[in-house]
Design a protein around this ligand. Structure first.
Ligand SMILES: CCCCCCCCCC/C=C\CCCCCCCCCC(=O)SCCNC(=O)CCNC(=O)[C@H](O)C(C)(C)COP(=O)(O)OP(=O)(O)OC[C@H]1O[C@@H](n2cnc3c(N)ncnc32)[C@H](O)[C@@H]1OP(=O)(O)O
Ligand SMILES: Cc1cc2nc3c(=O)[nH]c(=O)nc-3n(C[C@H](O)[C@H](O)[C@H](O)COP(=O)(O)OP(=O)(O)OC[C@H]3O[C@@H](n4cnc5c(N)ncnc54)[C@H](O)[C@@H]3O)c2cc1C
Length: 551
C-alpha cells in the first residue's frame, strides 16, 4: 500500500523523490491509517499534524491512547518510513484527514527516531509472519514537503489549498487495494479447491453396497455439492476481478482527464465486490476444509493457513458490512433517479425496468435466473426504501431512519452484487470462449450454471417473494442442479488442474499433483518436534511422578 499511495497521492516532484527510493527498497514503508480506537470511521482518527510556519514543519502528535496507529503491516520492526493518515491543522483550523510521509527509524541504525514510539501488536489469528505494529508520536516534526500534496496543499505561510476535484480523492489507495483483493480471493479459493478436489479423488470412504469397493469421496453428491460451487465461485471471482480491473483503469484514465463522474459507481462496485468476494472465499475455503475431513484440520493440508489469511481480507481494507452499506448508499440514490425518470449508470440500469409492482415471471434459463437475481435486488431495494421512508414519516431523522434500515440495506446491496457478479460471469465467459473448443465451452458453462442454480436454491425464500417461482419450479431446479453435479464429476480433477498451481504454491500434503497423500502426511508428521526422541522429558518430570502418586 506504500508504493500505490506514493503513486496516487504525491505531486510529480514528490514522486520523483520518493518513488525511486521506495522501488529500489532504499526505504521500506507501510500505510498507517487505522488507530487503536478507529479503523472504519476515518473521519474519527485522532493523530494530529499541526503546521508550524516558523519552522515549516508539521508537528505530529498522538494525543490519546486510542490515537495510536495500530495494525499497519511491517510497522513493528521492518519499515523505516510510514504513510501516516492524520488530522491536518493549520492556522488553527482542522481540515480533516490527510496523508503524510513520516520517517520513523534512522536509515543507518534502524533505531526509532526521538519522539516516535513503535512496537509489535502481538500474535494474531493468521498473518503471523507480518509484524503488524503500533505507532505513537510525541511532538515529532516532519518537513512541510512530507505532506502528500497531490490533492491538497499547505503553503509555506500555512495557507490551505484544496486541489482535488473529488472530496474522497485521498481514499484512492483503498479503492485500488479493494480491486486487487477480488483477484486475491479468486486465487486463494482456487488453491483451496485444488487441494480439496484432488484429495477427494484419492480419499476412499464407505461402500454403498456390501460387495463393492469403497467409493472415492468425490463420487458422493454431497461432496460434489460442497466442492463444485467452490470451483465455480473461483471462476466467477476471477472473471469479475478482470472486469473490475478494467472498470478501475477506465475510471482512473477519466480522472486523469479531470472527469470524476464515474468514481461513485466504481466505489460502489469495488466496495460490494470486495465485500462479497472475500466473504465467499473465506466461507468456501472453510467448506473445502470440511470436505477434507480430519486431515483438512492438519496444518500440513495448507487449508488452515489459507483460511486464516483470507478471513482477514473480509475485515481489512473496509469491513464487510461497512462496504455493503457504501454500495447501499449508491443504490438508494439510483432508486431516486428511477423515480425522477433520470438515466442510470450501467451496473444499475436494470433497475429502470424493475419497479413494476408485479412479480417477475419465473424462467429457469441462465438469462432468466440472472433477471430473477436482478428482480430480487430491485425488490429488496424497493422494500428497504419504503421502510426508510416510513421511518422518516414517523419523525425520525434521516440518520436514525438509515440506521434502523441497515439490515435491509445490506440485504439489498448483497443481492445487487450477486446479480452483477452473475451477469459479469456470463458475459466474460461468452467473451473469452468465442474461439474455444465446444468441450471447453461446455465445461465452463456447466460451472456457470452450477453458480446460478446454487444461488437460486440458496435464495428460494426471496425468489418466492419477488418472482412467480412455484414449488414445482424449485423442485425441478433442485433436480437439474443435482444432475449437473454428476455431469461435472468426470472432469473435476482436470478442471482444478487447469488452475495450474504448482505444488510449491499449494504447499499441501493433501493437494499435491502426484496424489501421494498418505506418504506426504506421514513425512510431515515426522517433522513434529515430539518425534525427535522416543521418550519426552515431560514423562520423567510430570507423568511418571503422577502415575507413581509422587506429585
Ligand atoms: C502499482 C504497484 C502495485 C503493486 C501491487 C502489487 C500487487 C500484489 C498483489 C497483492 C494482492 C493484494 C494485496 C493484498 C495485500 C494488502 C494488505 C493490505 C492490508 C490492509 C490495509 C488496510 O486495511 S488499510 C486501512 C483500510 N481502512 C478502511 O478501508 C477503512 C474503511 N472506511 C472507509 O473507507 C470510510 O470511512 C467509509 C467509506 C466507511 C466512510 O467514509 P466517510 O465517513 O468519510 O464517508 P461517508 O460515509 O460520510 O460518505 C461520504 C461520501 O463519500 C463517498 N465515499 C466514501 N469512500 C469513498 C471512496 N473510497 N471513493 C469514492 N467515494 C467515497 C460515499 O459513498 C459518500 O458519497 P455520497 O453517498 O454521495 O455522499
Ligand atoms: C490482518 C490485518 C491487516 C491490517 N493492515 C492494516 C494496515 O496495513 N494499515 C491500516 O491502516 N490498517 C490495517 N488494518 C486495519 C483494518 O483496515 C481495520 O481493522 C478494518 O478497516 C476494520 O476496522 P475496525 O477494526 O475499526 O473495525 P470496527 O469498525 O471497530 O468494526 C467492529 C464491528 O462494528 C461494525 N461497525 C462499525 N461501524 C459500523 C457502522 N457505522 N454501522 C454498522 N456497523 C458498524 C463492523 O461491521 C464490525 O462488525 C489491518 C487489519 C487486519 C485484520
Amino acid at each position: 500500500m506504500f508504493v500505490p499511495t506514493l503513486m496516487g497521492q504525491c505531486t510529480p516532484e514528490q514522486q520523483a523523490y520518493w518513488l525511486p527510493r521506495a522501488l529500489d527498497m532504499q526505504i521500506i514503508g507501510t500505510y498507517a491509517q487505522t488507530e487503536l480506537g478507529h479503523g472504519t470511521f476515518i473521519r474519527g482518527l485522532e493523530t494530529t499534524a499541526t503546521y508550524d510556519p516558523e519552522t515549516e514543519t508539521f508537528v505530529m502528535n498522538s494525543p490519546t491512547l486510542t490515537s495510536y496507529k495500530w495494525w499497519a503491516g511491517g510497522l513493528a520492526k521492518t519499515v523505516n518510513y510510514c504513510i501516516v493518515v492524520a488530522q491536518l491543522y493549520t492556522k488553527g483550523v482542522c481540515h480533516g484527514t490527510h496523508p503524510f510521509i513520516v520517517q520513523i527509524r534512522d536509515e543507518e541504525t534502524h533505531m526509532p527516531r526521538p519522539g516516535v514510539k513503535v512496537g509489535d501488536i502481538g500474535p494474531k489469528l493468521g498473518f503471523n509472519t507480518a509484524d503488524n505494529g503500533y505507532l505513537g508520536f510525541d511532538n515529532y516534526r516532519i518537513p512541510r514537503d512530507n505532506m502528500m500534496m497531490k490533492n491538497a496543499q499547505v503553503l509555506k505561510d500555512g495557507t490551505y489549498v484544496k486541489v482535488a476535484r473529488h472530496g474522497k480523492a485521498t481514499y484512492g489507495t483503498m479503492v485500488f487495494v479493494r480491486v486487487l483483493l477480488v483477484n486475491e480471493a479468486a486465487f486463494n479459493l482456487a488453491k483451496a479447491c485444488t487441494i480439496a478436489v484432488r484429495y477427494s479423488a484419492i480419499r476412499r470412504q464407505c461402500s454403498p453396497d456390501s460387495e463393492g469397493s469403497e467409493l472415492q469421496v468425490l463420487d458422493y453428491s454431497t461432496q460434489q455439492h460442497k466442492l463444485f460451487i467452490c470451483i465455480a465461485t473461483a471462476h466467477a471471482l476471477q472473471l469479475n476481478s478482470t472486469w473490475l480491473w478494467k472498470t478501475f483503469s477506465d475510471t482512473l484514465a477519466a480522472i486523469k482527464q479531470g472527469n470524476v463522474d464515474t468514481l461513485p459507481e466504481l466505489h460502489a462496485l469495488s466496495s460490494c465486490l470486495k465485500a462479497l468476494s472475500t466473504a465467499d472465499a473465506a466461507s468456501l475455503i472453510e467448506q473445502c476444509r470440511h470436505a477434507c475431513g480430519g486431515h483438512g484440520y492438519m496444518m500440513s493440508s495448507g487449508l488452515p493457513y489459507l483460511y486464516a489469511f483470507v478471513t482477514a481480507t473480509r475485515t481489512y481494507e473496509g469491513d464487510y458490512t461497512i462496504l455493503l452499506l457504501q454500495t447501499a448508499r449508491f443504490l438508494v440514490k439510483a432508486y431516486e433517479q428511477v423515480e425522477a425518470g433520470k438515466p442510470l449508470t450501467p451496473t444499475v440500469s436494470y433497475l429502470s425496468q424493475a419497479f413494476t409492482g408485479k412479480k417477475l415471471p419465473w424462467d429457469s434459463s441462465p438469462d432468466g435466473i440472472i433477471r430473477a437475481f436482478q428482480a430480487l435486488a430491485a425488490g429488496k431495494l424497493s422494500s428497504t426504501v419504503k421502510s426508510l421512508r416510513k421511518r422518516l414519516e414517523s419523525g425520525l431523522s434521516y440518520e436514525q431512519a438509515w440506521e434502523l434500515s441497515t439490515i435491509q440495506l445490506n440485504g439489498a446491496a448483497e443481492a445487487h452484487c450477486r446479480a452483477v457478479m452473475s451477469q459479469n460471469y456470463k458475459s466474460e465467459i461468452e467473451r473469452l470462449t468465442v474461439n474455444s473448443s465446444p468441450n471447453v465451452k461446455l465445461v465452463l458453462q456447466q460451472l456457470y450454471k452450477v453458480y446460478l442454480y446454487y444461488w437460486a436454491l440458496e435464495r428460494t425464500g426471496d425468489l418466492l417473494l419477488y418472482t412467480s417461482i412455484s414449488e414445482s419450479d424449485i423442485f425441478e431446479l433442485q433436480l437439474r442442479y443435482e444432475g449437473l453435479l454428476k455431469e461435472i464429476r468426470p472432469n473435476a480433477v482436470g478442471i482444478v488442474d487447469a488452475f495450474d498451481l504448482r505444488d510449491e504454491v499449494l504447499h499441501s500434503a493433501l493437494g499435491s499433483y502426484d496424489g501421494n497423500v498418505y506418504e506426504r502426511l506421514m513425512a510431515e508428521a515426522q517433522k513434529s518436534p515430539l518425534n525427535a526422541e522416543p521418550v519426552n522429558q515431560t514423562f520423567h518430570t510430570y507423568l511418571k511422578p503422577m502415575m507413581k502418586g509422587k506429585l
